[in-house]
Design a protein around this ligand. Structure first.
Ligand code: NAD
Length: 301
């Protein structure tokens, strides 16, 4: 690393709290090193009170860009100069780029999800999908799927504080895109069964399946998953969530959240550097390979 950093090296940031567990610094720094790009990527723990000062400081230091995660994602938009259409629709930003002093906020989580499906030969354009979740990840996925041309999305969320957000997402999709979205209560299992039966894909975009909800699944009745259904999970720790174990048992093709994470990073990398992230190389590194063997076997390109 010492050989890599000079007076010319540019900083790319990541802000959120907590943030020390993030895989993004390893992913981006490995990619910069592999391509010989003179950037370094560092994580900063930032809360929402500190956010305006941090944006001001990053702007003054002329950082090329930075990633944004919770809890800063929904708030940062108002400190930037402009937002992409996707960031406006989602109401959140995960990538900022500084073009000659103009700060633009984008959201690449949804494009990451869609790109991962495409890279694995899964085509959901013009078709119907069912997604569980009404928070940040679900909103990004549903909005991008709608923008990309998915025909119908049935969204399920439990009646908690995210239900209203899911309702807003449905309204935005129905008024701003040609996709038809509907919202249902996750407790309505008969409806969930019916909507999955008419869908080509079921995706979990809630935190169910990872700590502190590890070992739990939004689907408990195996018979809801048929073998030609694609099943996705935003969760990647553990690599194979309870939902994905059920999907495997039912013979479904399944994807964990690593691909989405990788491709949202790849899109941000491209926005900052104008270069393609060496995705195959990054995927081969131990920090991503982990215990992903089952996922790889089932989703190999
Ligand atoms: P969020 O806090 O915005 O939303 C949480 C969602 O989980 C809501 O829909 C909520 O209703 C639901 N939920 C919480 N507890 C539940 C329960 N017991 N039963 C049913 N539903 C429940 O969170 P988020 O930012 O949307 O993140 C959700 C998950 O997605 C997290 O596990 C996060 O790590 C993951 N994520 C993955 C990626 C990726 O690239 N793979 C990107 C973003 C988020």
């Amino acid at each position: 690393m010492a050989e890599r950093i000079s007076g010319h090296t540019e900083l790319i940031g990541l802000i959120a709290t907590p943030i020390r567990h993030s895989l993004s610094p390893i992913m981006h720094n490995e990619a910069f090193a592999k391509l010989g790009l003179d950037y370094v990527y560092l994580a900063f723990e930032v809360n929402n009170q500190e956010l305006p000062d941090v944006v001001k400081g990053f702007r003054a230091l002329k950082l090329r860009g930075w990633n944004v995660s919770m809890p800063n994602k929904r708030l940062i938009g108002k400190y930037l100069d402009q937002l992409t259409p996707a960031a406006q629709l989602v109401g959140a930003v995960n990538t900022v780029v500084n073009d000659n002093g103009v700060l633009t906020g984008d959201i690449t989580d949804g494009t990451g999800y869609m790109r991962n499906l495409k890279e694995n030969g899964v085509d959901i354009i013009g078709k119907k999908i069912t997604i569980a979740g009404g928070g940040g990840a679900a909103t990004a996925i549903c909005v991008q799927a709608a923008l990309d041309g998915v025909k119908e999305i049935s969204i399920f969320n439990r009646k908690d504080e995210f239900y209203e957000n899911a309702q807003n997402t449905v309204e935005k999709i129905n008024t701003k895109t040609s996709c038809h979205a509907q919202l249902f209560d996750l407790a309505d299992q008969d409806r969930l069964r019916a909507e999955i039966a008419g869908s080509v894909l079921f995706g979990n975009a809630t935190g169910v399946g990872m700590k502190p909800l590890e070992g739990q699944s939004v689907i408990t009745d195996l018979s809801m998953l048929r073998s030609n259904l694609i099943v996705t999970d935003v969760v990647y720790s553990p690599r194979q969530s309870k939902l994905l174990h059920i999907a495997e048992a039912q013979g479904c093709r399944f994807f964990n959240g690593l691909g989405m994470m990788l491709w949202q990073g790849a899109r941000a990398f491209e926005i900052w550097t104008g270069k393609q992230m060496p995705v195959d190389y990054i995927r081969s590194l131990p920090f991503l390979a982990g215990d992903d063997s089952k996922q790889s076997a089932s989703t190999a390109k």
